[in-house]
Ligand binder design. Structure first.
Ligand code: CS2
Ligand code: MG
Length: 415
């Protein structure tokens, strides 16, 4: 079974997505997500201009050899653009192999190890009343675990907080409150401001109020989005211990894996890191020194199923679980892939799930389902997603950037 074509498809049903579609000489079609929010065209070009021609004529069944060919053959290894490109090829080939077998993809990964993938949603609010409303909305939608992000007194806008008070419906037809992280369509990134001391004072008061309102059982997650120094992260983790978080995410920019030693020395709050990591080597110290509890890498940015499955097996040796990244900038193809992997692996932890817009679902027609707080992959052959070219054509690409973040003195900080 030979690869006959490899199409790079870019569309923007409310936010930009890059999708790779591989077709074999006997008509089997596989999809892979290659979306890198804010840098989409770099991946589209890497695939279109440097990889697609190399795939034509290759045996579509040789998934491992193709992965090694693209990884070792690139010479310039690792990085989000390379690994998102390899991920898209890998995922599309797994989709094809499962379709040829007439099985849902998870059956090729060991079958179901659980009834479904526990999901968490994104509650947010500029203040406590708005946050409480958002948490109630998510509980009403069936979520059993919730990420909590709020505004910070003195700061105009903060990562992860959409507010119905100052934003109408996003152009995806859903409220900004709902899809609060569209990379904003603007010629240059929007600039946000940040005050770590104000954040460290405010965060414990938010979680105390949430626990008082919603009780001790509800799994609560929080994302510090790479913004703290190791000792600030230690301080935050320690201050949140009374509120028993499910996890505290991206406390520090984790290129410096050793930084997590300082955090671990001071707090038992579980730590999740890795949504911006893209290879197994980004985790070595974190795993071997048990510096984290959850792995955040998504299939889309970590080299596909072939690579992410290895990362999870390595993590399992240290009792570390998956916590796959799943905001709306991971497409339904990427989310479906995560679910087929997540329902099969032994060390599944939790799956992030920001529901996509209606326009996005119209384009990809996902067959996964969300019920009772669990996500379950489709049971048809392959990934269980599609790609409607007519819908895609109705939503042409629009340049968009993620915000940048500055401290109050104007110096650049991590967003
Ligand atoms: C966030 C991401 O969901 C999360 O944990 O860190 O949504 C992140 O802001 C976006 O993926 C950036 O594109
Ligand atoms: Mg995050």
């Amino acid at each position: 079974m030979k690869i006959a074509s490899a199409e790079v498809l870019v569309s923007s049903p409310g936010r930009n997505f890059v999708t790779l579609r591989i077709t074999t000489d006997d008509g089997f079609v596989g999809l892979g997500d290659a979306t890198l929010n804010g840098r989409e065209l770099a991946v589209a070009s890497y695939l279109r201009d440097h990889i697609a021609a190399l795939l034509i004529g290759r045996d579509a069944h040789q998934i491992e050899d193709t992965w090694q060919y693209l990884y070792r053959g690139a010479y310039w290894r690792r990085g989000p653009v390379t690994m998102a490109s390899i991920a898209a090829v890998d995922t599309a080939l797994w989709d094809i192999k499962a379709k040829v077998a007439g099985l849902p993809l998870y059956q090729l990964l060991g079958g179901k190890s659980r009834v479904g993938c526990l999901a968490y949603g994104h509650a947010s609010g500029v203040d406590l009343p708005e946050l409480f409303d958002s948490i109630h909305e998510h509980l009403d939608q069936g979520y059993r675990a919730i990420r909590v992000q709020t505004g910070i007194p003195g700061l105009d806008s903060v990562y992860g907080v959409a507010s119905s008070k100052n934003a109408g419906a996003g152009d995806s037809g859903v409220s900004a409150r709902y899809d609060h992280e569209p990379a904003r369509r603007s010629a240059v990134p929007v600039e946000e401001s940040w005050d770590t001391r104000a954040y460290l004072r405010h965060a414990p008061t938010v979680f105390e109020a949430v626990r008082n309102e919603f009780g001790p059982e509800l799994p609560l997650l929080h994302d510090s989005h790479h913004r703290l120094t190791p000792i600030q992260a230690a301080k935050l983790g320690k201050s949140l211990e009374p509120y028993d978080l499910f996890w505290l995410e991206d406390v520090t920019p984790a290129e410096n894996q050793a930084a997590l030693r300082r955090v671990r020395e001071h707090t038992t709050t579980p730590l999740a890191i890795g949504e911006v990591f893209n290879t197994i080597w980004d985790y070595r110290e974190l795993f071997e020194e048990q510096l984290i509890d959850y792995v955040r890498s998504p299939v889309t940015h970590a080299g596909g199923i072939t690579a992410l499955r290895r990362i999870f097996d390595y993590a399992a040796v240290y009792q570390i679980k998956s916590g796959v990244h799943g905001p709306t900038d991971i497409s339904p193809v990427g989310l479906a892939t995560a679910l087929h992997l997540g329902i099969a692996i032994p060390n599944f932890g939790i799956q992030e799930y920001m529901k996509h817009s209606a326009a996005t679902d119209e384009l990809f027609r996902p067959t996964y389902s969300f019920d009772g707080g669990y996500l379950v992959p489709g049971d048809g052959p392959g990934l269980g997603v599609d790609y409607d070219d007519l819908v895609a054509d109705a939503h042409p690409y629009e340049g968009a950037y993620l915000p940048v973040n500055r401290l109050l003195d104007g110096s650049m900080h991590d967003w």
